[in-house]
Design a protein around this ligand. Structure first.
Ligand SMILES: *Cc1c(COP(=O)(O)O)cnc(C)c1O
Length: 467
């Protein structure tokens, strides 16, 4: 398998090189040159695999044997050894035809751990085997930062700098990132919102000279490896539903709490690989650019809003470009034109025919703050199950946009990470010990202005000082 850019000027890139490249050097996003497909027979065989075995089976389609099988097996085993649940991503039934895929059993209690624990292991492996110095740069709305820092703290040959929007992440997210004591970690708390942080790092990655001089690598979902690792749990959940649903389910829909469109794009990729997915439901909060796109065909950022689900407070969804590439028939020239229009005019739109195609695959629903809290309360009193505010958006969207068939809603975080919202419902929760312990630790971060040049000099200083 080789990788190419959605904008057509980069191709023939191997797996590890794609992993190291992050953003494609022409400003586009890397995608597989052909999506591998799996037969019904293979699906049947995969249905009996453990989470780790399934990960290896899927990676095998994407890695070109660039990593010896025994090494890859160890990387995967180590990635998921830190999870608190033996199934890694268990599926539970919430009510008739509605299942919850719990993705928060990793070390930082959010779904980002699933891909980022693996990427942390892979960066460490690549740094060692290729004798490289790797400087990871990422932007976070809270969970990516915590998870990627956890994945590489103290690792030889690796440094990491994470930008988070100052005062716009939850207390637990902030503590998870900033109480880490290893000196290969730098937290920059940026004046601005997540979109500002993401724009700054995209600008820095697009400056190829800066990128190569500073050995910059990406941890955000602009990295294709993150997407590939996230396809695994769509397959896994589909198989578990077949076991739990009387008579099975021919097709399954997924409702996905969305911000950067990375997680749901992984679901789309799984569907293109041959998983019998009915509908993909984009669940958003009041930052509903994706819902408006599905409604109107126009993709246009609106005013940024702070909500109870801060990890989804995102206007410009970077992975959206990957989906556009596929829905426009893999036409790289069309993507280049559309993305240039987006850059100069601040919006882009697709024609009626394309929009009809989008609507045949995706539903979308924006959940406002009241509905989010109401959903948390409703399920707590009906089942005693406390949903975190992101997962609650997923469940509310599943209820509003379902097709009548079986739906799996993705639970992207543990409620203890977002107690600010849970408290507003009047529900009292007990914190897991790992989270409770964070409150007594000193924090370390630097507050900086949201300007690319200022961040660039912080990076030069930090990465430079680390040799
Ligand atoms: C990152 C995140 C999301 C959004 O995922 P995307 O891949 O950015 O669409 C949803 N919920 C939680 C808890 C997250 O951390």
């Amino acid at each position: 398998m080789q990788y190419m850019s959605t904008r057509g000027n980069v191709s023939g890139v191997g797996f590890i090189d794609a992993f190291l490249m992050g953003l494609a050097t022409d400003g586009g996003l890397l995608v597989p040159q052909q999506i591998p497909t799996v037969s019904a027979e293979t699906l049947k065989a995969w249905s009996k695999l453990s989470y780790q075995e399934l990960t290896l089976a899927i990676l095998d389609l994407y890695t070109n044997n660039e990593i010896p099988a025994d090494d890859l097996k160890k990387l995967v085993a180590d990635s998921y050894s830190t999870f608190r649940h033996p199934e890694v991503t268990p599926v539970t039934k919430l009510k008739d035809k509605l299942y919850l895929l719990e993705l928060f059993h990793g070390p930082t209690f959010a779904f980002k751990d699933i891909a980022l624990q693996f990427m942390g292991q892979l960066y460490t492996y690549v740094a060692r085997t290729r004798n490289l110095k790797i400087n990871i740069l990422g932007a976070t709305s809270g969970d990516t930062g915590a998870s990627s820092i956890e994945g590489v703290r103290g690792k030889e040959g690796i440094n990491i700098c994470i930008l988070h929007p100052h005062g716009k992440v939850s207390k637990v997210q902030e503590l998870q990132m900033t109480t880490v004591t290893e000196d290969n970690v730098l937290n920059l708390s940026v004046h601005g919102n997540f979109d500002d942080c993401q724009r700054i790092i995209k600008d820095l990655f697009a400056d190829l000279d800066f990128k190569s001089k500073n050995n910059l690598c990406a941890i955000n979902s602009i990295n294709i490896v993150r997407i590939i690792a996230q396809t695994v749990y769509y397959f896994y959940a589909y198989f578990r539903v077949q076991e739990q649903e009387a008579g099975g389910a021919e097709q399954v829909s997924f409702s996905v709490p969305s911000g950067n469109f990375g997680d749901i794009f992984a679901g789309y990729l799984a569907k293109r690989m041959g998983l019998p997915v009915d509908r993909l439901i984009v669940a958003t909060n009041a930052n509903n650019i994706l819902e408006r796109f599905v409604d109107t065909g126009v993709y246009k950022p609106d005013n940024f809003r702070m909500t109870h689900s801060p990890s989804m407070d995102i206007q410009v969804a970077s992975n959206f470009e990957r989906y556009l590439y596929y829905v426009l028939g893999e036409d790289t020239a069309a993507i280049e034109t559309l993305m240039n229009a987006f850059r100069s005019e601040g919006n882009l739109s697709v024609n009626e025919e394309t929009l009809a195609k989008v609507r045949s695959e995706f539903g979308a629903y924006g959940v406002d703050n009241d509905e989010c809290l109401d959903t948390i309360k409703r399920f707590e009193s009906a089942n005693g199950y406390i949903l975190d505010p992101h997962s609650a958006c997923g469940v509310a969207a599943a209820e509003q946009r379902g097709t009548g068939g079986v739906i799996v809603s993705l639970a992207t975080a543990h409620p203890a990470k977002f107690d600010e919202a849970v408290q507003l419902t009047g529900i009292k929760q007990t914190f897991p010990a790992q989270i409770e312990a964070l409150f007594n630790k000193p924090q370390s971060f630097k507050i900086v202005a949201g300007e690319t040049s200022i961040i660039a000099s912080e990076l030069v200083e930090f990465f430079g000082s680390r040799g």
